[in-house]
Structures are given as C-alpha cells and as structure tokens.
Design a protein around this ligand. Structure first.
Ligand SMILES: [Zn+2]
Length: 203
C-alpha cells in the first residue's frame, strides 16, 4: 500500500536536494514522478532551488483553495510518485486530500517542509502532516554551536525579529533566515523580546 511521507526539518537542511534526487531516481527507473509546491512560495517562482545550486521547474503550482485530489484524478492519474516541496504552506484540508490520494488512488506522496515558523509555531500544513503521515523523517541540520538545529530565526538586516506574519519568503526584501538549536533559539529570540518596542519601531 502507498504511504504519505513527511520529511521535515529546519531551513537549509537539504530538503530540495532530496526531492531532485528522488525524482531523478524514479525517472531513471522509467517511472513518473511529479513535483508540486504551494503557490505561496515566491522563491525561484516556478522553480525549486536547492542550496547547493541545482534547480528544476516544478510540474505544478498548487493554489491555496485547490482540491489536490480532484487535480490528480483529472490531470495526473498515471503518476508513480507525488513530491511536494514547501509542504508547510498547504492547508490542513489539502493534506487530508493527499491522504485520500494515497488511500484511494494508491499513489505514494512524499511531502517536504518546515516543522515550525520563526516564532517556533507549527504551520498548518506541517502540523497536519505530523498528525497523519504514515512515515515521519526528520532531516537534520546543524546550529552554529554544533547541536541539531530545530528552529528558524528570522532576520531583517541581520537583526533577529520575533514579530510579524508567519509567511515571509526568504530572499524577498531584506528578510533572511538562519537556523538554531532550541537553546540558541531561546537565547536569540528572548534577547530581542527584551527590546521588543525598539525592534517594532525599526520595522
Ligand atoms: Zn545552538
């Protein structure tokens, strides 16, 4: 039976590189894999871009209100694997639709995404995936202190930010991100909580 997989991690953990490798392996075996991602991510537009330089145009951009089950039935019914990048941006309903694809169409679905936003809170898509995916795999990356990085820290002009919308895409404007272990995340963000008013004014 097909399964719903969720590969999760902090930013820069190599998720996109794994997607590209996985698609390559399927194609080499004569099977068809499709790569999708939610439209909300503007990084690279229709491309998925890995940190080590390789990139590829995605096969489909998922709209926010799109029924992915209906889409697969009508357009991609003969695929062997569905790969979803930036799966944290899916809605809970869309993750349920992915589960229906796995159960009713017997197509495996591999989702890749962030576990939490820059405040340490779960995204709707990743939270639902953590709840219902058959297989959960953490993709590990390293904090500057050497421990496992679990969190994403948002920076504006190099300064740590603890307020704002959960979705702000890396590389747009002056926003950037770094990763941190739990201890460094607390140290970095609490430091700024103490100066919250000043930081808010600067934005
Ligand atoms: Zn650390």
């Amino acid at each position: 039976m097909a399964k719903l997989y969720f590969f999760y991690g902090a930013m820069n953990s190599g998720k996109t590189t794994r997607i590209l490798q996985c698609e390559y392996n399927y194609n080499e075996q004569g099977m068809r894999a499709v790569i999708m991602k939610p439209m909300i991510d503007t990084k690279g537009n229709e491309k998925i871009v890995s940190r080590i330089g390789s990139s590829k145009k995605v096969d489909y951009l998922i709209k926010n209100d799109e029924n992915i089950f209906d889409l697969i039935v009508s357009e991609y019914n003969h695929v062997d694997l569905i790969l979803v990048d930036e799966a944290q941006f899916l809605t809970r309903k869309q993750v349920n639709q992915l589960m229906d694809i796995v159960i009713d169409l017997d197509i495996p679905v591999m989702c890749y995404g962030l576990r939490t936003d820059f405040k340490g809170n779960g995204f709707p898509g990743s939270t639902r995936l953590l709840e219902i995916a058959h297989e959960l795999t953490e993709i590990k990356t390293i904090c500057e202190c050497g421990k496992k990085a679990m969190f994403n820290v948002r920076l504006i002009d190099g300064k740590v930010i603890t307020e704002g919308e959960s979705v702000a895409i890396d590389g747009v404007g002056k926003i950037s991100y770094t990763v941190a272990c739990s201890k460094c995340f607390r140290l970095k963000t609490r430091q700024k909580f103490d100066h919250e008013d000043k930081v808010t004014k600067k934005i």
